[in-house]
Ligand binder design. Structure first.
Ligand SMILES: [Zn+2]
Length: 490
């Protein structure tokens, strides 16, 4: 089974993590799995890896379907495959000039696939499988004979593990940064927006709710001022909380004399290409957008302004991923996180998940990863985990009452209330007996009050009486009020 898609030896020159991906997928096939997710971090070279898998399948006489999440990604995918020497490619998309149902490899968008008969294939490669396209999942349910390989940098969507059987992770973002395939980054949190009370839907802040917080005048001004002060005029991608909010920021930057552009899902292809050209030429400094530019965009970015609060680790990592590619002329990525996402969710190098989520529909997702959350350096303000700032070397002082475990600051849990002494118990009982006498109650009343406080009956105590102090009077009164309330409630 595991040599169904490969003819060894693999001809292409692959990077070590790409070869490892192929090896791990082969091992997974060897275990009998037919629906395998390859967790391929940003900058992994997914297309090259996919091309290699396709070549192997073709060599074994198998037809392959490759699905892209958007029509706009089809041409670049075909081009990339052709550059790898794959010739027999057909495109399924309206009246695309490359339409050729006889071709062994079919490239299509999930939208097109939903409207067509599915062509014969032994293998379907699903790009950005975390988006959970309905047509793909339907196909997975109906066609047990077809193999599926999913590709995603963030295959953490709820319930993915109910359809996909296995996940392989050849490397992490941190591995790719350390190997020099991705850029180093520095993150700053100039603002910490107050998200308490912002409505949440499907596990994330509603767009309107997040936009309302972020459109506050102080936050808006801070976004512009921070970039002018810290942004070093870098080519920048800005994420607004909503289209209107991204547009407001676009205008605010223009008023400040910065050349910006606004792009969203409705920006037409030609205009988008023009903006990209001007961005690459340095004529536009900041491209303002919403989520539109989180998938498949490959612009030379070395600064990200994140003004879109999210609770989704997937979205957070996808957004920051847009800036992690290595560009000529910039040594690192600057992250200006006005949304508090890095503080809330962690730095992208600390977010990791190595298993598929198996939450059933209607159930609450429980498998929340426990990322180490960064804190601001007191000296240079960069966000980092641990005690020593990797950027300026400043040592974080452990705060009093806080101890460090594995270089992390962890608050000490408060000590438990100490056990009452025999003398304290005796004093309480004696005061209760005194009060029982005063009110003409039986001594059982005192015993009851005692049990309410110490959870045990008074045993081996003297029957002597003491006049109550204020603490006792307060306690006894609080019990009477609680009793009256219980009575009233019934
Ligand atoms: Zn520092």
């Amino acid at each position: 089974m595991n040599d169904m898609f490969w003819t060894p030896p693999i001809r292409k020159t692959l990077r070590p993590h790409q070869s490892k991906a192929i090896e791990l997928i082969r091992q997974s096939l060897g275990k009998g799995f037919k629906r395998i997710v390859c967790q391929a971090a940003t900058g992994f070279g997914k297309t090259l890896t996919a091309a290699n898998i396709i070549e192997g399948a073709l060599a074994k006489g198998n037809r392959v379907i490759f699905t892209a999440p958007a029509v706009s990604l089809i041409n670049q995918t075909v081009e990339a495959f052709e550059n790898e020497g794959i010739q027999d490619i057909g495109v399924m998309q309206a009246s695309h000039p490359r339409t050729n149902p006889a071709a062994q490899v079919q490239v299509c968008s999930v939208q097109t696939l939903a409207r067509r008969d599915i062509p014969e294939a032994a293998l379907v490669i699903v790009d950005e499988c975390h988006l959970r396209a309905k047509v793909i999942e339907q196909l997975m349910k109906e066609r047990e004979d077809i193999f599926f390989i999913g590709l995603s940098a963030t295959p953490w969507a709820k319930g993915m593990g109910l359809l996909w059987q296995d996940m392989v992770t050849p490397c992490t973002i941190l591995d790719l940064i350390e190997a020099g395939y991705l850029s180093e980054f520095r993150a700053f949190a100039p603002d910490i927006p107050d998200m308490t009370g912002v409505p949440v839907s499907k596990g994330d802040y509603t767009e309107a709710g997040a936009a309302e917080v972020m459109a506050g005048s102080a936050l808006m001004a801070s976004v512009v001022d921070t970039w002018l002060e810290k942004g070093e005029n870098r080519p920048t991608l800005l994420f607004g909380a909503s289209c209107a909010h991204a547009q407001q920021l676009h205008e605010a930057f223009q008023r400040a004399g910065v050349a910006t552009a606004y792009v969203d899902a409705f920006t037409d292809v030609v205009e988008r290409q023009l903006i990209e050209q001007r961005f690459r030429a340095g004529e536009i400094k900041i491209a303002c957008s919403v989520r539109t530019l989180t998938t498949g965009v490959d612009w030379p970015v070395s600064c990200i302004i994140d003004a879109a609060p999210t609770k989704s680790k997937m979205l957070h990592v996808q957004k920051i991923g847009r800036g992690l590619r290595v560009n000529k002329g910039t040594e690192d990525l600057l992250i200006l996180d006005h949304a508090g996402n890095s503080l809330r969710l962690g730095l992208v190098t600390d977010i990791a998940q190595f298993t598929l989520d198996t939450t059933k529909p209607g159930e609450k997702q429980t498998a929340e990863g426990k990322e180490k959350l960064p804190k601001e350096c007191a000296n240079c303000a960069a966000l980092h985990v641990g005690l020593t700032c990797p950027f300026c070397g400043h040592e974080r002082k452990p705060v009093a009452g806080v101890e460090t475990v594995d270089g992390e600051l962890i608050e000490l849990t408060p000590k438990k209330a100490k056990e009452p002494t025999k003398e304290e118990k005796q004093a309480f009982y004696s005061r209760a007996l005194w009060m029982a006498d005063q009110r003409g109650y039986k001594s059982g009343w005192a015993a009851n009050l005692y049990k309410g406080k110490f959870k045990v009956w008074p045993r081996r105590l003297h029957e002597r009486r003491i006049e109550p102090d204020q603490a006792f009077l307060n306690y006894e009164k609080s019990r009477r009020i609680a009793y009256a309330k219980r009575k009233g409630a019934n």
